[in-house]
Design a protein around this ligand. Structure first.
Ligand SMILES: [Zn+2]
Ligand SMILES: [Zn+2]
Length: 311
């Protein structure tokens, strides 16, 4: 099953659509969605429940895998039974991740159909790179590494205050996976011409200005303080609700990422990052983190979790 012969994300954005028209693309998604429903596919509140159930199961599977891993590390080996259990759990995790991915596609298609009236095409140029960064925050559905099959993520050189279109690339998430002291996959791909076109809800106030204007607004001390307070509040809400960030998940463990704040940060764009729930300081756990080094990522996070972006 897939409604998308192209890339999408949970923000209701389609990626890689420079040469298509909005009407064609959305009617294609509607056809796919209707056909899926007719075949008895789970949608709406039911798919939300199913995703929640599978995530619960995933958490128990991950916890047990971690427990076995720790046992293996402390005693140097596992007995045959424990080893067999470990393999079964890993297979179950793969299955859950692929089912959860289907659920995410259904949700993304629904989001696109619901917001159809405000979806417009954005061509990425020097003035609109912040729209691409905004969308890099959420998991991209349908972009797999052609070397290892893991999901890929939109990346860019993080130390730039305003990134240019040529600074973006796709990076394999295997980069974050350590295997025998080496990164499991370091494959990257340049963006193709078609990748520089998105279809997205353009009503976000952040999109009514250029990338540069947006970055200037964020240098205002007052604005910076307000955003910092809102992020702190969101962080506390997530902790007290025992929740992670819905649209960004760890590619290895599949769980929602946790919003964290760095000690001794040099400013707002250095302060926050998303980490896998199995992340531990000093590379002791899962190494998948995502630095929130642009105003656009912070806007996407706040918008998807609280309903309002940074402006
Ligand atoms: Zn790869
Ligand atoms: Zn992880």
């Amino acid at each position: 099953m897939s409604f998308f012969d192209r890339l999408a994300n949970g923000l209701g954005t389609l990626l890689g659509v420079l040469v298509d028209t909005t009407v064609q693309v959305i009617s294609g998604i509607k056809r796919g969605y209707d056909a899926y429903k007719r075949q008895g596919g789970v949608t709406g509140a039911e798919v939300v429940d199913e995703i929640a159930r599978k995530k619960d199961r995933l958490r128990s599977v991950n916890d047990e895998i971690m427990h076995l891993r720790n046992q293996h590390m402390s005693s140097g080996s596992l007995n045959d039974r424990a080893r067999k259990r470990w393999e079964d759990l890993r297979a179950e995790r793969e299955q859950l991740l692929s089912e959860l991915n289907e659920g995410k596609e259904v949700r993304a298609a629904e989001k696109i159909i619901e917001t159809e009236g405000v979806i417009d095409k954005v061509e990425i140029d020097l003035e609109t790179t912040h729209v691409l960064q905004y969308n890099a925050f959420a998991d991209t559905l349908g972009k797999q590494c052609r070397v290892c099959g893991r999901p890929m993520k939109l990346q860019w050189k993080r130390d730039l205050s305003v990134a240019e279109p040529k600074d973006f690339y796709w990076g394999c998430t295997g980069w974050y996976v350590q295997q025998g002291g080496r990164r499991a996959c370091t494959h990257t791909e340049q963006l193709q011409r078609n990748d520089y076109g998105l279809m997205t809800d353009t009503t976000a106030p952040e999109f009514s200005m250029t990338a540069e204007e947006f970055s200037i607004i964020l240098t205002d001390k007052g604005t910076e303080k307000i955003i910092d307070t809102r992020l702190n509040d969101l962080k506390s809400d997530l902790i007290s609700g025992h929740r992670g960030v819905e649209l960004a998940t760890c590619p290895v463990h599949g769980e929602n990422m946790v919003l964290r704040k760095k000690q001794n940060a040099t400013g707002l764009l250095d302060a926050y990052f998303l980490a896998c729930p199995y992340w531990r300081p000093n590379n002791a756990g899962c190494t998948f983190i995502e630095k929130l080094k642009s105003g656009s990522q912070l806007a996407a996070l706040l918008k998807s979790e609280t309903g309002r972006g940074v402006l």
